[in-house]
Each structure stands twice: as structure tokens, then as C-alpha cells.
Design a protein around this ligand. Structure first.
Ligand SMILES: [Zn+2]
Length: 335
């Protein structure tokens, strides 16, 4: 099965300022590496901008007005989030590419949106943490709006908690949001007890983890917390907020995940997609600030989507206790 890659060189034009970790070199390294040495089976597709209707499903009118006002400007919208003249257009491309990836998944073709800026910290009415538009929220909403699916799983394995994604869906039963992340850590949310509310009670699942967590801990979280939740929820589409900042050499993280660990998480996600969602899976890039971890991590995920079997990862380590706590909290049968 071919895997579609959605990206655009225009996404290099978002310049958040000298020394900013979310720098154009991240995507430049990915595009260069995957074009020089392609993963066999992958095909490139040009990103399109998300429409106002698509953005309006993820953000309030005030937020969209703020984005329009920032077009062509160099401004700081948040202590970590700065624009250059092309930033807003680039953010619309990132959201559009993620929507395209979800549409590809719905059509039966796995896809990876290689985008920047990332999206999962963007709240409905607030730019935050390098993120202007919540790409994965826009994609999940677009998929649900087609009527082709009624239940979407969002797996967020970025180092940081996907606060924007959680807050958007935490009152709803049609999206299961599952996040592994370092905690306590930026952005401060993502505690074990945040489980959704109202109709969404139980469809938010957080696995907060201490520093130093590695491959085996994360795989255990996916196998022992996400898998039973997926069995109950039966997702019809799997979207992944794929961040690579839990990599052992990432400047932001202090986690211990290897390239094989990312392959293993992608393998677990693909297996869930195949078991419950007719193989419908799309990934979108979130963080990842060590260029080796980012490029090798994305490549390893693409190889898994193209049929490679990832090596068995190490047994759980520093995070085992935290994962066991999450198992007790989120699995009714073991409670
Ligand atoms: Zn991150």
C-alpha cells in the first residue's frame, strides 16, 4: 500500500525568529532526506490551504480574525509563538495538509502530513506553544463532517500534552483523545484525572510520565491502556499527532525514546487502525527539535506504514509505575 506524503516547500517560509527551536531547518531536513533517499512506496502530494469553513470547525471567529490580522505581519502572539509575514498562510497550509492526509486515509491510503508549524497546543481561541491552528482538530472535524466516519481516535505521542486537542474534544463522545507526555511539564495539563466530561466522560485518556521514559514504557502504554480503550471505542479512523521530541537527544525533552521506539508506536497505531478502522490512518507532524531524531523517526514510521516490522523494544523502565497507574485508572476491568 503506498503512503501519501503531504507537504510544501512554502512551509519553510514561517520564520519564528533566530534561535527558535521550531525552525525552518526541521522541515528542510525532512524534505531533503526523504527526497534524496525516498522510502519506497511513498508518493509526494502538494498541500493546499485549509478553507475558512474548515478552520471554523476548529477555532472561534475571534481567533480567525486574529489570524487574518496577523497576515503579512511580524508579531508575537504568545511568549513562544511569533509570526513572520508568511506565517498565517503557512499555518493554513499545515492544517490543509493534515486534512488532506485524513481524507487520504478515509479513501484507504495511509498518509503523513509533514508540516510546520505544529498544532496540538492551539486552543479554540488562543495561539499557544508554537501552534497557531490546531491541525489535527481541523482534520478530525473534517473527517467527521464528511459523514463517512462517526468515531475518530487521536493518538498524541508528542513529548508535550496536546492541550488544545483535548480541550476541543473533551466534552464529546465521537473522538477518543489519547496522549502520552512528560508530566508535570509544559503546558501543565494532561493529568491522569483529566478524563473528559459530560458525554465525553472517558474519551480523554492521559498517560502522564516522568522524565527519562523510554521505548518500552511507551509501548506498554499503547498496548495496555490505548489498546483496550480502542477495543471499547472502535475507532473508524486513526489520526496521530506524531511528535518526535521524546527522542533521547532532543533539546526540549529529557526523555529516552529511540528511533525504534517511534517505529514501535507507529506499529501499534497501525495495528489498531487495521483491527478497527479498515486500516485508515493518517499522521501529522507535531514537535521534534533534534534533526536526527526527527528525520530518522519520521522515516522509521514511514517504513512501518510500508510494511516493515519494527524491532521489539526494550522492556519498560523508568515509566513503568506511571503506566501501571494509568492502566488502573483507565481500564475498568482492572480497576
Ligand atoms: Zn512537543
Amino acid at each position: 500500500m503506498p503512503t501519501r506524503l503531504y507537504s510544501d516547500v512554502q512551509m519553510l517560509d514561517h520564520q519564528p525568529g533566530d534561535g527558535h527551536p521550531e525552525r525552518p531547518a526541521r522541515l528542510a531536513a525532512l524534505l531533503h532526506g526523504l527526497r534524496e533517499r525516498p522510502v519506497p512506496g511513498t508518493t509526494w502530494h502538494t498541500a493546499r490551504e485549509a478553507t475558512e469553513i474548515e478552520l471554523g470547525r476548529a477555532h472561534g471567529p475571534g481567533h480567525l480574525r486574529l489570524l487574518r490580522a496577523a497576515e503579512g505581519q511580524t508579531v508575537s502572539l504568545d511568549p513562544d509563538t511569533h509570526t513572520s509575514p508568511d506565517t498565517v498562510q503557512v499555518a493554513r497550509l499545515a492544517a490543509g495538509a493534515t486534512i488532506q492526509a485524513a481524507e487520504s486515509a478515509l479513501a484507504g491510503v495511509p498518509a503523513f502530513a509533514l508540516v510546520r508549524p505544529p498544532g496540538h497546543h492551539a486552543e479554540r481561541d488562543r495561539v499557544m506553544g508554537f501552534c497557531l491552528i490546531n491541525n489535527v482538530v481541523a482534520a478530525a472535524e473534517a473527517a467527521l463532517a464528511t459523514g463517512a466516519v462517526e468515531r475518530v481516535l487521536i493518538l498524541d505521542w508528542d513529548l508535550h500534552h496536546g492541550n488544545g486537542t483535548q480541550h476541543h474534544f473533551e466534552g464529546r463522545e465521537d473522538v477518543l483523545f489519547f496522549s502520552t507526555h512528560r508530566f508535570p511539564f509544559y503546558p501543565g495539563t494532561g493529568a491522569l484525572h483529566e478524563r473528559g466530561h459530560g458525554a465525553g466522560e472517558g474519551t480523554t485518556i492521559n498517560v502522564p510520565l516522568p522524565a527519562g521514559v523510554g521505548d518500552g514504557d511507551l509501548r506498554l502504554a499503547l498496548d495496555a491502556v490505548l489498546r483496550p480503550a480502542a477495543e471499547r471505542f472502535k475507532p473508524q479512523l486513526v489520526l496521530v499527532s506524531a511528535g518526535f521530541d521524546a527522542y533521547h537527544d532532543d533539546p526540549l525533552g529529557d526523555m529516552r525514546v529511540s528511533v525504534e521506539g517511534f517505529a514501535s508506536m507507529c506499529d501499534a497505531a497501525l495495528d489498531i487502525a487495521r483491527t478497527y478502522a479498515q486500516g485508515r490512518i493518517a499522521l501529522t507532524l507535531e514537535g521534534g527539535y533534534n534533526l536526527t531524531g526527527l528525520t530518522d523517526g519520521v522515516r522509521a514510521c514511514l517504513e512501518v506504514l510500508e510494511g516493515a516490522t519494527p524491532p521489539t523494544v526494550a522492556t519498560p523502565g523508568k515509566g513503568e509505575r506511571a503506566v501501571m497507574e494509568a492502566i488502573r485508572a483507565h481500564n475498568p476491568r482492572s480497576a
